[in-house]
Design a binder for this molecule. Structure first.
Ligand code: URP
Ligand code: ZN
Length: 456
């Protein structure tokens, strides 16, 4: 089935051109000026609109188990919201239970993701070292999982010691994979949490105080050093602290393969959100916590300078009812917030329109770099002949106010409540089919598991 997009202003990471795009059988097959084709099923006139490669969110947690129940978006509701916001691919996570093999956990997670409406992959998390772990990692790579995530935080549940991290890194590095990490020093955090609890300091205001920036910075430093030692490419997820950037930048300058991601919340929100009553502050309980405005400024700069390559959302919404589990103890508040629907609009409004990012950099960090780093380029992340026809047609003029009352994420909270954005995905096309038209889902779509390549 052929789809023709006329008069497109095509924004790629490295170019901006005006041309028509012809899609057939799920792929982009021609990009030329003045294309007139017989037998086209649908034509879109993109005059005055931008065309971006579909957004790729490298960090989401759909249907994440927690003591407060599952994160409130499952793969169906969360990926519908993603699509409406212009994201056409996600990378979620596989977290095995203690004693469970990585491949078994992967197989179960694939079943949970069967109703995703967009393409998906996973980062797999070794949460312990067993005799079979090295082989399991190699088997995952054969299955198309080329990135692994370790947690330096959450020591009581899924976090692992540096000694184990080094073992995992060695195997992953030799096998040509990538290690991503949640960098916060878990033991130090536990001490601070216990100290505050003993002092009866249990409101959400103590969440950020128990996870200060220096514990992220120190973890980033250790993670990079372990990556160097193991000759394994490393990727720091959700960078939130200004000082972390120094270590990331220095290692990159020395030629080490170090990549970094941030999230809209660390660019646009700050720790003043933790002052006030529970109902108002609990929605912002996430890890790492929101930082100071100086941190946000430095992160914007690092994004512009491309020290940070990607923007994920860490989409992990919980309802107010779920957050209430920690009404009397911040340690019980499920960590996380939603955002997968708003990533492009927020970055376009506060990045591109405020001249912190060029349009090409916007595409680079929300799509192209993610595809390159995680082994799905040029299938995804670029508008070129032969790539998947995953396209976002962006109306730069539309205005919108974000609200939990109108968003499509399955949650009664929205940490961007009241934010005014400009620009909207007026058409979203996945594999050559128009799924979103004028901000509405108009067709059913089915995502596929993506087998990813190793980093070049
Ligand atoms: O607070 C967060 N980020 N929740 C999701 C789990 C994680 O740490 O990534
Ligand atoms: Zn996360």
């Amino acid at each position: 089935m052929k789809l023709l997009i006329k008069n497109a202003r095509i924004i790629n990471a490295d170019s901006t051109i005006e041309a028509d795009i012809l899609c057939d059988d799920g792929k982009i097959i021609r990009i030329e000026k003045d294309l007139y084709i017989e037998g086209v099923a649908e034509t879109i006139d993109a005059t005055d609109l931008y065309v971006f490669p579909g957004g790729i969110d490298p960090h989401v947690h759909m249907h994440l188990p927690s003591p407060a129940g599952f994160s409130s978006d499952n793969f169906l509701s969360g990926t519908k919201a993603a699509l409406l916001g212009g994201t056409t691919t996600i990378i979620d996570f596989v977290t095995p239970k203690k004693g469970e093999s990585l491949l078994n956990a992967l197989a179960k997670r694939k079943e949970e993701a069967f109703n995703s409406v967009i393409d998906y992959s996973f980062h797999v998390s070794p949460i312990e070292w067993r005799d079979t772990t090295a082989q399991e990692i190699k088997d995952c790579i054969k299955e198309g999982i080329t990135s692994f995530k370790i947690y330096m935080a959450y020591k009581k549940v899924i976090g692992i010691e540096n000694e184990v991290i080094s073992k995992v890194m060695k195997v992953v590095g030799e096998a040509g994979g990538m290690i991503t990490a949640h960098c916060e020093l878990g033991d130090e955090i536990e001490k601070l949490r216990d100290k505050f609890a003993k002092e009866g300091k249990l409101s959400p205001a103590f969440h950020p105080l128990s996870r200060p920036a220096n514990l992220e910075v120190e973890a980033v430093k250790e993670f990079i050093a372990m990556g160097k030692e193991a000759a394994c490419p490393v990727y720091v997820v959700h960078v939130s602290a200004k000082e972390s950037l120094k270590y990331i930048g220095k290692a990159q300058q020395k030629g080490q393969q170090v990549f970094a991601e941030t999230c809209p919340q660390y660019l646009l929100l700050d720790d003043s959100k933790y002052q006030g009553e529970f109902r108002k502050t609990a929605p912002y309980v996430m890890s790492p916590p929101l930082r100071e405005t100086d941190d946000s400024k430095a992160i914007w700069m690092a994004l512009g300078a491309e020290t940070i390559q990607t923007i994920g959302t860490d989409h992990c919404p919980f309802s107010l009812e779920q957050k209430r589990l920690g009404r009397d103890d911040f340690r019980k508040i499920p960590n996380g917030a939603g955002g997968v629907e708003h990533r492009l609009a927020l970055l376009y409004t506060f990045g591109v329109l405020q001249k912190k990012l060029s349009l090409n950099q916007f595409v680079n960090s929300t799509s192209t770099q993610v595809a390159k780093i995680f082994g799905i380029y040029p299938q995804k992340g670029v508008i070129q002949i032969g790539s998947d026809a995953d396209l976002v047609i962006w109306n730069p003029k539309t205005e919108h106010t974000i609200s939990a009352k109108t968003h499509h994420q399955n949650c009664d909270l929205n940490i961007y409540e009241g934010f005014q954005t400009k620009g909207e995905a007026c058409f979203v096309i996945t594999k050559g089919r128009i799924i979103v038209k004028k901000g509405q889902l108009v067709l059913k779509s089915k995502g596929s598991f993506l087998k990813r390549q190793k980093l070049d």
